[in-house]
Design a protein around this ligand. Structure first.
Ligand code: PGA
Length: 251
């Protein structure tokens, strides 16, 4: 049995003061939670203070992005080594907002995943189709393209990879994929990774769902065995709702 992974992506929200308050609150109230792996991804500016707060707790730290080089003339970018130094274990790669607003494509993301794994970070590679692509019946081919290109040539450390299925039409819209829709794509991703990596590695990869996850729909989503965790945006910005998601009840 894999330990479910529950990730909070704070996006471009929370000043340092606000981030400290939320991290403190989560830490205090999470004390009893066992058998669930919890990760929070604050903005870069709050990583250091949040890292201090959650040290020796059962909450892990993640970053929302990184560069694929370790150092150099890349103004405004963040090296994976900086993330490790500050205490990050996880890093989101290829979130749909990075793809959409910053034109990151799968060839570019492939370099990031490669570097993340080499440096010892655990990347969470986000994939997902747009609404128009789903309506045109292209969901599986879009996901297949993202995964084949994103993971091309990647082998070492791949057991640390998590894949997050995040349909673009479900992100921040209040319209989550149904548990059945998500499970169908998760099954497809599992099959594809088996083809790429073989049975054993693929079986151990965690595949999580993201897109309008809330306290109201979490139990239904997590009831599907194909869904091995969630990536939560909006509902991770308040301790109460994220805690309810973390403490989902198993059916
Ligand atoms: P949401 O965001 O939960 O606000 O839909 C999810 C995500 O972008 O990872």
């Amino acid at each position: 049995m894999k330990i479910p992974l529950l990730v909070g992506n704070w996006k471009m929200n929370k000043t340092i003061a606000e981030a400290k308050e939320l991290a403190q609150d989560l830490k205090e109230k999470l004390k009893g939670s066992k058998g669930r792996e919890v990760v929070i991804c604050p903005p870069f500016t709050a990583l250091a203070c949040v890292s201090e707060i959650i040290r020796n707790s059962n909450i892990k730290l993640g970053a929302q992005n990184m560069h694929y080089e370790l150092k150099g003339a890349y103004t405004g970018e963040i090296s994976p080594e900086f993330l490790l130094e500050i205490g990050c274990q996880y890093v989101l790669i290829g979130h749909s907002e990075r793809r959409e607003y910053f034109k990151e494509d799968d060839t570019f993301l492939n370099k990031k995943i490669n570097t993340a794994l080499k440096t010892g970070l655990s990347p969470i590679f986000c994939v997902g189709e747009k609404l128009s692509q789903r309506e045109e019946g292209k969901t599986f081919s879009v996901i297949e393209g993202q995964i084949r290109t994103g993971l091309a040539g990647i082998k070492d450390g791949v057991e640390r990879l998590t894949i997050a299925y995040e349909p673009v039409w479900a992100i921040g819209t209040g319209r989550n994929a149904s548990p059945e829709q998500a499970a169908e794509v998760h099954n497809f991703i599992r099959k594809l990774t088996k083809e790429i990596y073989g049975e054993e590695i693929a079986q151990n990869l965690r595949i999580i769902y993201g897109g309008s996850v809330t306290p109201e729909n979490i139990d239904g989503l997590m009831a599907k065995e194909e869904i091995e965790g969630v990536l939560v945006g909006g509902a991770s910005l308040r301790a109460e709702s994220f805690l309810r998601i973390i403490n989902y009840s198993k059916s």
